[in-house]
Design a protein around this ligand. Structure first.
Ligand code: ARG
Length: 463
């Protein structure tokens, strides 16, 4: 069936039908379409277009359609133009002539906006839960090795010693900003568009606030033309997913490196790694590589909708049908990647001795020493220069920090005092970083407690 046709002398060509049909992907909106149409049937009853019992009959028919669609084969033989057309054909099968009234004063342009909003709203809720689960996984991993010391890097060169939990809490912060961003995105999605008509506003004086209340939206859209041409909320969704994937991709890259033979800090569980068909010894971090790979795909989804929307004349244009596949793809890839990252986090076993040795054999203590000199009155630039010379001399002599004694340190330059030798041990310098947000052991312990409390709060807000 078609929702249009009277004006045409012949039907659409097969090639056009094939080309323009969207049912094979927008079928994902079926539940949202039925939910929205139930509310719309109730609104039509208030207008006197449907009687109360007619509305009840249609609401029940939509319920049945939603239920039957749980069977994955339900849509297989269908070749309707889109999911909205499919649902109305099914409605016709169930409610006969009465079904012809359902589209009174409604356009697919607003219907598609409504359905996508309903779908994305639920998607935001499930992503927030998955983010919370991953954040919980990171905290568990932090507690598993709460005292481990690792080199922190800049330029992928050993920079300063940090606590392992401090490193993990950095990702906790990124994901907690993601939760916040998902919440903001959800709020912009959560606005009810019905009543906008095709572009000019519906010709029937629906109580739009009541429809919003019926569907659990706190507010209604303000301009019918905006509704018809707007996909900002979809772009917000794709952007917030893209940042989640960006964070996951960087985490994946870290763990690919840290679990390599070259780093050898950690082992990934057998359950999240795969072997080689040729090289029997291999245990590859494919799960993490796929997360990194899928991030590019999700950025592509965002870019694709940006480019689709760019330069479209007001208001609706059929180009906008191309919004759905990137949205569904971004949702599914992000959701899969979050589950995968959590499973990897649960499988990780850190070998704390290896990163600890990396801090001891390198010069991550240099800054600690220079700052201690500054604390003792040496101007920092002079202290920096002096410690730089000390490092250079050590490298020339093949000495590691532990090879210096309090006496030999003090003999290197008059500014060095024997008691400064304690800073040659990487775990010592961290104690001077007891600043909020720093890697000092008490700061980190406090940050861990605070993160756990925030996660608890987030979990209870998700219900
Ligand atoms: N399948 C269409 C879409 O997703 C529904 C809206 C059709 N509206 C139209 N004016 N042809 O965009």
């Amino acid at each position: 069936m078609k929702l249009w046709g009277g004006r045409f002398e012949t039907g659409p060509s097969e090639v056009f039908e094939q080309f323009s049909g969207s049912l094979h992907f927008d079928r994902k909106l079926l539940f949202a379409d039925c939910q929205g149409s139930q509310a719309f049937a109730r609104a039509l009853a208030k207008q006197g277009i449907l009687t109360g019992s007619e509305a009840d009959q249609l609401v029940e028919a939509f319920r049945q359609i939603g239920e039957e669609a749980a069977d994955p084969k339900y849509l297989d033989a269908a070749n309707d133009e889109d999911v909205h057309t499919f649902v109305i054909r099914k409605l016709q099968d169930k409610a006969g002539a009465l079904s012809a009234k359902i589209h009174t004063g409604r356009s697919r342009n607003e219907q598609v906006s409504l359905d996508v909003r309903l779908y994305l709203r639920a998607a935001c809720d499930s992503i927030s839960e998955q983010l919370a689960d991953l954040m919980g996984g990171l905290l568990a991993l932090a507690h598993k090795h709460s005292e481990a010391v690792i080199p922190g890097y800049t330029h992928l060169r050993r920079a300063q010693a940090v606590l392992w939990p401090h490193y993990l809490l950095a990702y906790f912060e990124m994901f907690s900003r993601d939760v916040e961003r998902v919440r903001q995105t959800r709020a912009r999605i959560d606005v009810m568009p019905l009543g906008s008509g095709a572009l000019a506003g519906s010709g029937f004086p629906f109580d739009r606030q009541a429809i919003a209340g019926d569907l659990g939206f706190p507010s209604i859209t303000r301009n019918s033309m905006d509704v018809s041409g707007d996909r900002d909320f979809a772009l917000d969704f794709l952007y917030s997913r893209s940042l989640i994937m960006l964070h996951l991709s960087r985490l994946a890259e870290d763990w690919i490196l840290y679990s390599s033979e070259e780093f050898n800090w950690m082992t990934l569980g057998d359950g999240v790694t795969s072997g080689s068909s040729l090289m029997p010894q291999k245990k590859n971090p494919d799960s993490l590589e796929l997360i990194r790979g899928k991030s590019g795909r999700v950025f592509g989804d965002l870019t694709s909708l940006f480019v689709t929307m760019k330069g479209l004349p007001m208001t609706y244009n059929r180009d906008m049908q191309e919004d759905k596949e990137p949205l569904f793809d971004a949702f599914h890839q992000t959701s899969g990647s979050l589950s995968m990252a959590r499973a990897v986090a649960e499988s990780i076993v850190l070998n704390p001795a290896v990163p600890a040795a990396a801090t001891e054999e390198s010069w991550v203590i240099a800054t600690d020493l220079a700052e201690e000199l500054a604390r003792n009155g040496v101007p920092f630039h002079r202290a920096h220069e002096l410690v730089g010379q000390f490092v250079l001399e050590s490298i020339r002599a093949g000495k590691r920090p532990a090879d210096w004694t309090p006496e030999s340190l003090a003999a290197f330059a008059p500014e060095f005092k024997p008691q400064m030798a304690r800073l040659l041990s990487p775990a010592e310098g961290m104690k001077s970083r007891e600043i909020p947000g720093g890697t000092g052991p008490s700061s980190v312990a406090g940050a861990l407690r605070e993160a756990a409390a925030r996660l608890e709060q987030l979990r209870s807000s998700l219900g």
